[in-house]
Design a protein around this ligand. Structure first.
Ligand SMILES: NC(=O)c1ccc[n+]([C@@H]2O[C@H](COP(=O)([O-])OP(=O)(O)OC[C@H]3O[C@@H](n4cnc5c(N)ncnc54)[C@H](OP(=O)(O)O)[C@@H]3O)[C@@H](O)[C@H]2O)c1
Length: 350
């Protein structure tokens, strides 16, 4: 965040034509940033440009597919040429397929991987090209609680999110090795009320829904903005994300069974699936739904977020105290036993 000229800072956001990406674009625009939006659909991009400008930002849009690495570099080059550099790059674009593994085709696995995993790799490479020149900038990976805890009926998406985390951790060590000042952060999100559930490909008998509790994209965008400014290693948003991630670390087998019993119902509304509706897997559904989906009546506007380092420090402190107490007790017990043995020896001699 140190670039002085031009005065406005610049963010690039992939998947910014709708959903959380649109809300993030507006959040940066409110803070006076230049915002470059990348997505495929022209109608959604036009809506995002209006929203950015309405919120006080300067806007640029690129109709491009994140699965195309050259298109990401071209967009990054154009942004840097116009606005002098890239301060923050947010990798947010995604697609998913709702289906049991055996009903998901190899082509569907490949496409979700190309967009949801490789799309974040391509965005990162394009961002690094420009950030390395100034040795400055922040890359934000939009993740999910499902990065850590896969759920049934969304295997390609969950695997892609886990892969993003693997990729990000490798890169973080490389940046540290190079003593780079480029910062890298991953934000793990809970369920959010976005258009995703109305246009994702699905073979389920009923329409998909985010597994409650559900949050509004605008409140999520505020946390993403904060993560971009502070660059914690990771940020986990919402108690439900914390529960899924920590629960999976502690009792993964129990969670396997819990999800088997509850999650099939949890991922579907009561509405019968509309087999005629278009899906966005290979091509955009070129409409402008904005940031929100159809779950306004069940979505909450406030959600807490925290850097999981504090949880780890807390756990380390508790474990340290327990270990210290056990060590002290063992030593005290050893000393008491030693004294008792000494007394027995003395009695024996007498
Ligand atoms: N909603 C949730 O419950 C939830 C929960 C946890 C994490 N997340 C994460 O939040 C992020 C956004 O999700 P969302 O729910 O806002 O999704 P969404 O409503 O489906 O919006 C997806 C955005 O990505 C764009 N996009 C899709 N495929 C693309 C491609 N190949 N190239 C470029 N852009 C593409 C879409 O525009 P076009 O179709 O016009 O390209 C759209 O702008 C994702 O990383 C997701 O994993 C969401």
């Amino acid at each position: 965040m140190t670039r002085t000229s031009p005065s406005r800072q610049t963010v690039v956001i992939t998947g910014a034509s709708a959903g959380i990406g649109r809300a993030i674009a507006v959040e940066f625009a409110r803070a006076g940033w230049n915002v470059a939006a990348i997505a495929r659909g022209e109608a959604g991009l036009a809506g995002t440009i209006r929203a950015i400008e309405g919120a006080g930002g300067r806007a640029m849009a690129f109709a491009a597919d994140v699965a195309d690495p050259d298109a990401m570099v071209e967009a990054a080059d154009a942004v840097a040429a116009e606005w002098g550099g890239i301060d923050v790059w947010v990798n947010n674009a995604m697609v998913t397929v709702y289906a049991p593994v055996q009903e998901t085709t190899p082509d569907e696995f490949a496409r979700v991987t190309a967009v949801t995993y490789l799309g974040q790799v391509h965005g990162t490479l394009a961002a690094l090209k420009h950030m390395r020149r100034r040795d400055a900038g922040t890359i934000v990976q939009i993740g999910s609680a499902l990065t850590y805890r896969s759920i049934p009926l969304q295997a390609p998406y969950c695997a892609a999110k886990a892969a993003v985390r693997g990729f990000t951790d490798s890169l973080r060590s490389e940046l540290l090795h190079d003593r780079s000042r480029i910062r890298l952060t991953m934000v793990q999100l809970p369920a959010v009320n976005t258009p995703q559930f109305g246009w994702a490909r699905s073979v389920l008998p009923r329409e998909p829904e985010p597994v409650p509790p559900i949050y509004q994209p605008e409140t999520i965008a505020r946390h993403v903005f904060h993560a971009a400014m502070t660059a914690p290693r990771e940020m986990w948003v919402g108690a439900s994300a914390w529960k899924a991630i920590v629960g999976n670390m502690l009792v993964p087998g129990w969670i396997d069974g819990f999800l088997a019993r509850n999650d099939y119902q949890g991922e579907m509304t009561s509405r019968a699936a509309n087999r005629q509706r278009a899906d966005n897997l290979h091509e955009p559904v070129d409409t402008d739904p904005g940031s929100r989906g159809r779950f306004d009546d069940r979505a909450s506007g406030g959600v807490m977020a925290a850097d999981p380092r504090w949880l780890k420090l807390g756990l380390a402190a508790i474990l340290g105290t327990v270990a210290g107490t056990m060590l002290f007790a063992t030593r005290a017990e050893g000393k008491a036993e030693g004294k008792a043995a000494e007394r027995r020896r003395l009695r024996h001699r007498l």
